[in-house]
Design a binder for this molecule. Structure first.
Ligand code: ACO
Length: 329
């Protein structure tokens, strides 16, 4: 008997009700729908307005949606990984809070931060646990309340981001489906180009930082754009070559939803038929770690057992990569 494969066997999702559109944004900063649509491709994004609700609220809602679609015994979940850049608190983990809210008692749980590559990194970790044979069921949750640290006075970043969550159940299977391969890379030279400058132990936030809005998201967009295009395209080419896949072999390409122009560049490099690319950036925006699983969740009716699916993401760090999987249900 070969090693078990790790397969996604269910996905749930949640986006908050409040919709921030380009018209409202153009009353907040000097921007307009035409600029945002032509340069980025986003029209609306969902925002969790309630200041008393954090990332765990959306994560729990996404899990409830998953459990309403797939009846499972909560005691069968052995590990819970919450991938987020916006935990409820620096510690303890948001994963622990989610387990408490849902009544998951038989799992170890922790947060994992890989910015926009959170979901693909979480999947690769889950695959490692499952392929080792020790663990049979992992819950990977990707949830982000990015509105918490977006600077709504900075027109170059505030149109980009939205809030949301998705949860994926990963099960061991003997079938030839599930995660087949992954490549994930980090280049720490990218650290200065996208970050929260004052937010942690090296430079705790002060009143002056707050006054100057230096506790909020900073991005050198041109540099991030350049690396995102090059690195996502290259990692897709590498994983396709390693698995003898050509563009026509990919049934669904699911790229991180950061910028429509970045997605177009990846489509060109992979030669995947544009009709086979799942895109929801126009109405969801960039939800960082949650972006890929929300896109899968919204398109579940298109996915069929055995489909070749290629996921690819790029995020702050820089950390980027690709996961090749065969859809399992
Ligand atoms: N409305 C109108 N004008 C704007 C806006 C806006 N919202 N934002 C910027 N501009 C202006 C700039 O001020 C600049 O004007 P200037 O030439 O007079 O100085 C001009 O538009 C061009 O600015 P650029 O920054 O060069 O615009 P660019 O085409 O690079 O688009 C963007 C900016 C959308 C941020 C792009 O660089 C991008 O998508 N970067 C990558 C983002 C990304 O992929 N992030 C991934 C990871 S996210 C994560 O990990 C959390």
């Amino acid at each position: 008997m070969g090693k078990p494969h790790a397969a996604i066997t269910g996905i749930g999702g949640y986006v908050p009700d409040y919709i921030l559109d380009n018209e409202e944004l153009s009353r907040m900063v000097d921007t307009n729908d035409e600029w945002i649509m032509s340069r980025v491709g986003i029209k609306t994004r969902h925002i969790l307005k309630d200041p008393e609700k954090g990332t765990s609220f959306m994560a729990v809602e996404a899990c409830k949606d998953l459990f309403s679609r797939k009846q499972i015994d909560l005691d069968s979940i052995e590990a819970v990984i919450c991938t987020t850049t916006t935990p409820d608190n620096l510690f303890p983990s948001t994963a622990s809070k989610i387990c408490g809210a849902l009544g998951i008692k038989n799992a170890f749980a922790y947060d994992m931060e890989a910015a926009c590559s959170g979901f693909i990194t979480g999947l690769s970790i889950a695959a490692g646990y499952i392929e080792s044979g020790r663990i049979k069921r992992v819950l990977v949750i990707s949830a982000e309340k990015l509105s918490f640290f977006v600077n709504y006075q900075d027109r170059s970043t505030c149109p980009l981001f939205g809030d949301g969550a998705a949860a994926a159940l990963i099960d061991a299977t003997e079938e030839e489906v599930g995660i087949q391969d992954f490549i994930i890379r980090t280049d720490g030279q990218g650290y200065p180009y996208l970050n929260l400058k004052h937010s942690g132990s090296e430079s705790p936030v002060t009143e002056e930082h707050i006054r100057n809005r230096e506790n909020l998201l900073f991005q050198d967009g041109r540099n991030v754009f350049k690396h995102a295009v090059t690195d996502m395209s290259q990692v897709c080419a590498d994983i396709m070559e390693r698995n003898q896949l050509k563009g026509e072999d990919i049934d669904w390409l699911v790229p991180h939803q950061a910028n429509l122009r970045i997605i177009d560049a990846v489509i060109q490099r992979t030669s995947v038929d544009p009709k086979k690319v799942l895109i929801n950036i126009e109405h969801i925006g960039n939800t960082s770690a949650a972006s890929i699983p929300i896109c899968l969740w919204e398109n579940l009716d298109k996915l069929h057992k055995g489909d070749n699916v290629l996921l690819t993401a790029f995020g702050a760090g820089f950390i980027w990569g690709a996961v090749y999987l065969k859809w399992a249900y």
